[in-house]
Each structure stands twice: as C-alpha cells, then as structure tokens.
Write a protein that binds this ligand. Structure first.
Ligand code: SF4
Length: 228
C-alpha cells in the first residue's frame, strides 16, 4: 500500500511526484489560474447509528468515507432533547457496531490514538481504513468533557443535557462590558458540574429526555439549537 500523505504534510514530499486524491469541494479562479479545493482525508463525517435503521451497511459507509476523503465516525443514538422517539432498544452500541465491522472486514480493528481526549474512539482495520465510534450513550466521557455551546440567540450551555443556560444576550442588552461577560462565563464554567450522559446512564428506567410539549414551549431544549 502506498504511504498516504495529507495536504498539511506535503512539505515532506517536496521535489517528489505525488498523486493527490481527495474530494473536490469547490473550485476557485483568480485570473487565469484555477484552484481545486479538496478535502484531503483529514476531515470526518459523523452519523448517528440507530438500531433497525442501519445494520451491517455500517461497513459500506466506511467505503463511502474513502470516496469523499473523510473518516467516518459513528455516534450512538443519544436520549437528548429532540430525540423524542429514543428508546434503549434503538441504541446501537459501540460494542455491537465494532462487532459488525470486524465481522464484515474479517479482521480485528486495532484501537488507535489511545492518548486522545477526543470523544471518538478511533480504530484501524488491517487494510488501513480508519473509523471512529462515539459511545456517548453506553460509555459517556463527561469526565473529560471540555465543551460548551452558544445558541444563535446568545444562550451559553455547558452541557448537551443542560436544562438551563446563561443568557448572554440579555446581559449584552443591559450593557454588560466585555470584562463583565468574561467574568460571568468564567464563573459559570468554574462552577460547572455537568455530567449529563453519565447521570442518564445511571437511571434504572430511561426514556426520551424531553417530551414534545416541553420542546415546543422551549426550543432551546432541542439539541440542534445548541449545536449538538
Ligand atoms: S453529557 Fe454533557 S458533560 Fe457529558 S460529554 Fe456530553 S456535554 Fe459533556
């Protein structure tokens, strides 16, 4: 197999002939010079895997990832706001996804990037294909979570499961200075004790987090409004 090289490492190949493969995202033109804007395999495509909606075609998606020059990451179905049809039975676990992929590949997937704090656990198949699984439901990673979210209308959330956020827009509209906003954000983050997914995992009985009526009253409870 050839030694793959991504655009950010092209300097290593200076003076050598390279075959550049990638997904053409767009083209640009400056005068008589044309540019191809490529994805070069350093990006990723994330998809939520729901049991009974997807089966062993998980494996075929890995090939799709290769055709667009991106690594595929499978996310376990989460019981967050907006997932009103969530049930434990519909969760395709990391363990099950891995078993399907290894079965179709006829080989074990080797864990890679073991030191990483990123949400995805990454694996490599013997043919060099890499993929990731984000086990947010069965193996939550709240302990290492450093993510916050800001909605388009200025509410700062410190967890995907948070029911309340800090309304920065209201503070701005009452004339809060940059320093005051910074202090507010810092104190909100320092006092953060979020472990939403871990708390959900401890529940004996688990259903969708928020019912439709509550979502209609407070759209901020929808995960997509907070960029989840
Ligand atoms: S549930 Fe909340 S604390 Fe846990 S990983 Fe997700 S955003 Fe972070």
């Amino acid at each position: 197999m050839s030694d793959p090289c991504t655009v950010d490492r092209l300097k290593e190949r200076a003076g050598k002939e390279v075959l550049l493969r990638g997904w053409v995202r767009t083209t640009r033109r400056k005068g008589r010079i044309g540019f191809l804007v490529l994805r070069d395999g350093t990006g990723d495509v994330q998809c939520v895997a729901v049991r009974n909606e997807v089966g062993d075609e998980l494996f075929d998606l890995l090939d799709f990832g290769k055709t667009i020059g991106a690594e595929v990451r499978f996310i376990e179905y989460m019981d967050v706001g907006g997932a009103t049809r969530w049930s434990q039975e519909r969760v395709f676990s990391k363990r099950e996804m891995l078993a399907i992929i290894e079965d179709r590949a006829g080989a074990k997937a080797t864990p890679i990037d073991l030191e990483s704090w990123a949400p995805a656990r990454r694996f490599r198949l013997p043919d060099g294909t890499t993929f990731g699984i984000i086990a947010s439901t069965t193996e939550p990673f709240c302990r290492t979570c450093d993510r916050s979210r800001l909605t388009a209308d200025g509410v700062f959330y410190s967890c995907l499961y948070a029911q309340k956020g800090l309304d920065l827009r209201a503070k701005l509209r009452t004339g809060a200075s940059d320093e005051e906003l910074e202090a507010l954000l810092a104190s909100s983050w320092r006092s953060r004790e979020d472990r939403g997914a871990e708390i959900r995992l401890e529940l004996a009985k688990r259903d969708a987090l928020v019912e439709v009526d509550r979502l209609r009253k407070d759209p901020h409870l929808e995960m997509h409004t907070r960029g989840g």
